[in-house]
Design a protein around this ligand. Sequence first.
Ligand code: UD1
Length: 369
Amino acid sequence: MKILSVVGARPNFMKIAPISDELKKKGVPHVLVHTGQHYDYRMSKLFFEDLGLPKPDIDLNVGSATHARQTAEIMTGIEPVLMSEAPDLLIVVGDVNSTMAAAITAVKLGVPVAHVEAGLRSFDRTMPEEINRMITDAIADMHFTTEESANENLRKEGVDDGKVFFAGNTMIDTLFKHANSAAESTILETLGIRPREYGVATLHRPSNVDSFVNLKNILEALNDVARDLPVIFPIHPRTKKLIASYNLGNLVSESTSNKHSGIHIIEPLGYLDFLKLMTDSRIVFTDSGGIQEETTVLRLPCLTLRENTERPVTITSGTNTLVGADKNRIIEEARRKLDAGFVAGQPLPPLWDGHAAERIVGTILNRFN
Ligand code: UD1
C-alpha cells in the first residue's frame, strides 16, 4: 500500500511528524506533500529541522492569498500529484486550508481520506478552521479523534461509529518525544530571562488580530499584566503586519533589554525553543488550538483569548480558561491564575500518552491488509 499525506501550515508539522516516523518504522511507502501555505523559514523549514521530518517529496509552493484563491491553488496543485502517485489513502491533519483543499480533491478522485484530529467543533462558523473541519469530516472515510467531545460531535453529525477511531493526540506524541531536546534549548539565556519570571503570548486568529478593537484590548490587557511580569511575544507575521498598520506599536517593545516589565516582541520561534520558552513560563496567553493542548500536558495556566474552544478537554482538565478579547476579564483572570500557580495533580486527557501515531498507523494497516 502507499500513503500520501499533506501538510501546509505550522501546526500541521507537529501533527504529521510522529505519523511519518511510524509509517517509516512499519515500512509503509509514504509520500509527503507540502502545499507551501506557510513558507517563511521560521514558519516552516525550521520545524522540519527541529522535528527531524524528512524533506517533503513534493512542494506545491502555493503561498499566501485570499481563502478562495489559496484553496483553489492547493486543489489545482495537488490534483495531478494524486493522479500520478495514486495512493491508497490520503492522510490530512488539523483544520487549515491545506487540510480541506487536499481532502476535497482526493475524495473526488476516489482516494479515501483519513482525517487526524477529526470531530473538533467550536460551533463558531465565523472561524475559517470550523468550516475546514466540518467539510473535511463530512467527506473523510476514517476519523481519528483526540478527545471524547470529538467522538460525540461526529456521532451527532451522523458519522458511522465504524469510521471513528479514538486514537489520542499526535501533537502530544511530538511534545513527549522532544521534551528532552527542548530542555537543552538556550533560548532563555538568549533572551536574558529566568524560569518562571515571565509570561508567553501568541496571537494570530483573524477575529483577534484583524480587529483593531480586539487587538488593542488584548495588548492593553497584556501590558497591564506585564507591569509585574514581562510577557514574551513570538510574533506571527500576520500579527506583526496588523500591529504596524493599526499603529499599535507603542504597546509593545522590540527588545528584551528591560526584562522586568512590558510585552517583548520576538521573531517566531522554532519548535524546540518555543517548547522550552513555554515550559519554563509562569502563564500563557494564546488564541492557538495546539497551545491550549500543550499547556494542558505541561500543567501550565493558560488564558485562551477566544470566546469558545473546539478542545473542551483542555478546560475540564483544569488548565485552560476562556477570556475572549475582553480587557478586564483578561487582567482579572491572569491575576487569579498567577495567584493560584500550577494546576497540579490533574490526570491527562485519555490517550494523550505519546502513542497516538502508533494507534493511527496500526488501525490503517489493519484496514488495508
Ligand atoms: C493558518 C491557519 C490557522 C492556523 C495558523 C497557524 C487557515 C485558514 N488558517 O493561519 O488555522 O492556526 O495557520 O499559524 O488555514 N504569512 C507570512 N509567512 C508565512 C505564512 C503566512 O508572512 O510563512 C502571512 C501572510 O501575510 C499571510 C498571513 O500570514 O497572508 C496569513 O497566513 P495564512 O496561511 O493565510 O493563515 P494564518 O493566519 O497563518
